[in-house]
Design a protein around this ligand. Structure first.
Ligand code: ADP
Ligand code: MG
Length: 653
């Protein structure tokens, strides 16, 4: 009897509990339902088995099938991260890395940045606890990574392509490392081929038919055509959200404004239209909005860059508007400048875009170009970035990774051979590290090789220039102070060398100025050698004639990885967000400019930057547009922070 009562009681409690299920739990349940509904879900076990059996696996699946969000979770659930191991998933786009990490953290039920996090340039949202990391810069992969997923492989960005070559090599001597190459349904045979015929795991997609419409004549103004098309769809077509592809922030903002304005004018004559932008620099709370469900009776229109082509999947899209353009990086070998230009997208892109309309039901794609243009004017597929980029940076990147044999580097699509050979040869001829050699080569462009050669030579005998005997510390420091010139330590070194040269390379001069003669002699030797090499690689040696801007730009061109920006209490390196300090011996110790390039980091009592030069952050965009984006350098003002008090020599340890 009693047991029945107890059972009854328990049941009641269960009912009550269920009634009181917190919203979070309901949400969790529905998240699990959504997870189970994704195309990849039925293949979970097969996929895990294939991963277990093969070191390298290519995974092909329709966009939105769950590759990016689900596969890392499968790996975590089956214990790949046991023993403190980590799973890394590389993403070509910052927004995708952030948004996907946020989604997965939510699905796993953890706070973003704890077990699941992301790391993009200027922003590291991970912690000691992080097991799964979405990142834009896979090249810094750590040893503890047990599975690396090269995601969006079909995008063929420069980083992805270099990663292919590196990972292929690493996988050879790390048999425990699993490599997953995830791609939309494009070109997967090529990936398989590159990775020595790695098997391809195909996740069958669920695709509904998409009707494609073309314009009869080319559109003069595609932005206006987009606005008109959206409104036409909104007024004449059954419910379903709409996705518009534009090329960048400015266009997207204009389009959104136009749409909002016209909707306002139409007032209650039309139902509600929610206009949502998405592009790389959109604040993350705004980014999240595109995923919130559309309230009944209204329609959502997402105006996106090609980030929505394959990286992000927005559920509920039935209509796609495709003007047929995208922004592409292109490189002008003659001027040495990289630029982003609006160009027609490829047929492969156009087909991916159209595919976005058919995920949940039969859809429609409106192409704002003619069928003839699609056939005859568009390229079959997008040219990989490596073939339209400033190769100096590819060479630099590889060399900074210790890869000197550029010609035999395992590129999937090698960059133009001649350019690579020429650049590689020029850089290889210089017996200095890659950054220094890049700086020297850049000095040709900035017409200041005379000065830069001296700086390079002085940097290479680093830290043994100034003589500071214990019994004459005050005199030595005064002498050193007398060499200080604006710009930073590199300029000081240049000044020392120039004065020494003017003294006729005098020993006496060195003695009087507390300069080490032997170091100077060595700098002179190095300089002579470098100058001889410049001749050999046909770089003209000329002087900037006292202008210090080109000199500092050339330094920036070589050392752009070594940028630090002023932040509370010290500096932060932009590469690793590491807190660092200006060395007390530096000529910029008290000045504390906002942006610095450092020659090296040394650790004594703190992490100190030794040999720093003040730069203008806009130069970073000029010398390394592939590495820096405008937004990231936003607070670029020449204003200086309040001066720090007192030199802390004792900190030197
Ligand atoms: P794939 O990588 O195969 O293209 P994803 O794993 O990105 O697929 O997407 C799987 C599902 O997760 C899609 O239905 C997508 O809408 C959803 N999703 C992805 N990111 C988010 C997000 N930030 N918020 C809500 N849903 C998301
Ligand atoms: Mg994906």
């Amino acid at each position: 009897v009693s047991s029945a009562v107890i059972m009854k009681g328990t049941q009641d409690e269960t009912e009550q509990e269920q009634a009181a299920l917190s919203q979070a739990e309901v949400q969790k349940q529905s998240i699990q339902e959504v997870r189970r509904s994704l195309p990849v879900f039925p293949y979970r076990e097969d996929l895990l088995l294939a991963i277990q059996q093969h070191q390298i696996l290519v995974i092909e699946g329709e966009t939105g099938s769950g590759k990016t969000t689900q596969i890392p979770q499968f790996l975590m659930e089956s214990g790949y991260n046991d023993g403190g191991m980590k799973i890394g998933c590389t993403q070509p786009r910052r927004v995708a890395a952030m948004s996907v990490a946020a989604r997965v953290a939510q699905e796993v039920g953890v706070k973003l940045g704890n077990e699941v996090g992301y790391s993009i340039r200027f922003e590291d949202c991970t912690s000691e606890r992080t097991v799964l990391k979405y990142m834009t810069d896979g090249i810094g992969l750590c040893l503890k990574v047990v599975v690396v997923i090269i995601d969006e492989a079909h995008e063929r960005t420069l980083h992805t392509d270099i990663l292919f070559g590196l990972i292929k090599d690493i996988a050879r001597f790390r048999p425990d490392l699993k490599v997953l190459v995830a791609s939309a349904t494009l070109d997967t045979e090529r990936f398989s081929c590159f990775f020595d015929d790695a098997p391809v795991f195909r996740i069958p997609g669920r695709r509904f038919p998409v009707d494609i419409f073309y314009t009869k004549a080319p559109e003069a103004d595609y932005l206006e055509a987009c606005v008109v098309s959206v409104l036409q769809i909104h007024v004449t077509q059954p419910p379903g959200d709409c996705l518009v592809f534009l090329t960048g922030q400015e266009e997207i903002e204009t389009c959104c404004e136009l749409l909002q304005e016209r909707c306002r004018r139409l007032g209650s004559k039309i139902s509600e239209l929610l206009v949502l932008p998405i592009y790389a620099n959109l604040p993350s709370d705004m980014q999240a909005k595109i995923f919130s469900p559309t309230p009944p009776g209204s329609r959502k229109v997402v105006v996106a860059t090609n980030i929505a082509e394959t990286s992000l999947t927005i559920d509920g899209i039935i209509y796609v508007i495709d003007p047929g353009f995208c922004k592409q990086k292109s490189y002008n070998a003659r001027t040495g400048m990289e630029s982003l230009i609006v160009t027609p997208c490829s047929r492969a892109s156009a087909n991916q875009r159209a595919g976005r309309a058919g995920r949940v039901a039969a859809g429609k794609c409106f192409r704002l170009y003619t069928a003839w243009a699609f056939k005859h004017e568009m390229e079959e597929s997008t040219v990989p970035e490596i073939q339209r980029t400033n190769l100096g940076n590819v060479v630099l990147l590889l060399k900074s990774l210790g890869i000197n044999d550029l010609i035999h580097f395992d590129f999937m699509d090698p960059p133009p051979h001649e350019t690579l050979v020429l650049l590689g040869r020029r850089m290889a001829e210089l017996p200095v590290d890659p950054m220094l050699s890049k700086m020297i080569l850049a000095s040709e462009q900035y017409k200041c090789s005379e000065e830069v050669l001296t700086i390079a030579a002085m940097l290479s005998v680093n830290n043994s220039i100034f003589y500071r005997p214990k019994d004459k510390v005050v005199h030595a420091d005064n002498a050193r102070q007398n060499f200080v010139v604006p710009g930073g330590d590199h300029m000081v070194l240049l000044n020392v060398y120039t004065q020494w040269l003017e003294s006729g390379y005098s020993t006496q001069w060195c003695y009087e100025n507390f300069i080490q003669f032997r170091s100077m002699k060595r700098a002179r030797d190095v300089r002579e050698q470098l100058e001889g090499l410049m001749d050999r690689i046909e770089v003209e040696v000329c002087s900037s004639g006292g202008d210090i801007v080109p000199i500092r730009k050339a330094v920036t061109a070589g050392y752009f990885y070594h940028t630090a920006r002023l932040s509370k209490g010290g500096y932060k390196t932009v590469k690793h967000q590491q807190t660092v300090y200006v060395h007390p011996n530096s000529s910029l110790f008290e000045e504390q400019p906002r942006w610095l390039i450092y020659h090296e980091l040394v650790f004594t009592t703190k992490e100190f930057m030794r040999q720093v030069i003040e730069i203008d952050s806009s130069w970073l965009l000029e010398v390394a547009p592939h590495y820096y984006k405008n937004k990231e350098l936003e607070d670029s003002s020449s204003k200086k922070m309040p001066r720090k008090q007192g030199k802390a020599k004792e900190e030197l340890g």
